[in-house]
Write a protein that binds this ligand. Structure first.
Ligand SMILES: [Fe+2]
Length: 274
């Protein structure tokens, strides 16, 4: 893994595009709860292009693959290529890092643990995967990484990326699969003043919450959506989507979620889980 990189170090404002939970298969007919994940991902990329969305880098916050195959990661590489800009990847509970390692890193998609963004921001990329489990945890090494980057670049505003949500989202079935050691995570964050936002995948829904001064966000998947505030597993009838973020010099984060204007990718609502 490349430890660090730099994006556009002269920029006052940095724009990011978040793509998450693509759940791709090797099989081109591969579907999650009746949604062809390759087609829904492609539709998202095409709409981003059609809308001429501006961004300096892409963040892909886990669950790239649903079937663990190297070919599913190749599908991600091929699918994201039209967006051209550098893409940072981190693992989710469904990912299989040995297969990822067969096709990545590429020129576009990088695995880095830290990136300086523009003149005023940094991103710390954390691996919260517990192999074989749906919940997340951060190793001591990951917590030390966060702590050391927050100290080293204390004058920079910080965006933390990880797959699992470190606050409860209000859906009991998803909140069993949260970041289990979130107290340790927040202890590190609270030692410092520079974390402005935390950005996750995993929950397949638009979530935007303040924990103290830190904004915690999660984002619609490019395939199936989970219904917010559900005790039991429940699918939503919202379309696949993505998130756009503008990171300002003063530390302000401007963001919006966008979705496809289509009902083409509705899941099988009779399903009891995935
Ligand atoms: Fe997911």
């Amino acid at each position: 893994m490349k430890v660090s990189s730099v994006i556009s170090d002269s920029l006052e404002v940095v724009k990011l595009l978040q793509i998450t939970d693509t759940h791709l298969f090797s099989d081109e007919e591969g579907a999650l709860l009746n949604v062809n994940t390759r087609d829904s991902f492609q539709a998202v990329v095409e709409m981003i292009q059609a809308e001429s969305v501006e961004f300096d880098a892409i963040v892909a916050t886990g669950d790239i693959s649903q079937d663990h195959s190297a070919h599913s990661y190749q599908r991600f590489l091929d699918g994201i290529a039209p967006l051209v800009k550098p893409c940072f990847w981190l693992p989710g509970n469904h990912d299989f890092q040995p297969s990822m390692g067969e096709v990545l890193p590429s020129n576009q998609v990088q695995a880095v643990e830290h990136t300086l963004l523009g003149k005023h921001w940094q991103v710390v990329v954390l691996d919260s995967q517990v192999v074989g489990k749906p919940h997340g945890r951060l190793s001591d090494q990951q917590l030390d990484l966060l702590d050391s980057k927050l100290s080293e670049h204390s004058a920079r505003h910080t965006l933390v990326l990880l797959h699992h949500h470190p606050v409860l989202v209000g859906s009991a079935w998803l909140d069993q699969h949260t970041l289990k050691d979130s107290d340790d995570f927040w202890s590190v964050v609270e030692k410092h003043q520079n974390v402005k936002a935390v950005l996750c995948g995993h929950v397949h829904q638009d979530f935007d919450h303040k924990r103290g001064d830190v904004r915690v966000m999660a984002t619609p998947s490019t395939c199936v959506q989970f219904k917010p505030r559900s005790t039991d597993f429940a699918l939503d009838n919202q379309a696949p989507g993505w998130r756009e973020l503008s990171l300002h010099a003063c530390g302000k984060v401007e963001t919006r979620v966008k979705r496809l204007n289509s009902t083409k990718f509705m899941p099988d609502f009779a399903s009891g889980g995935y």
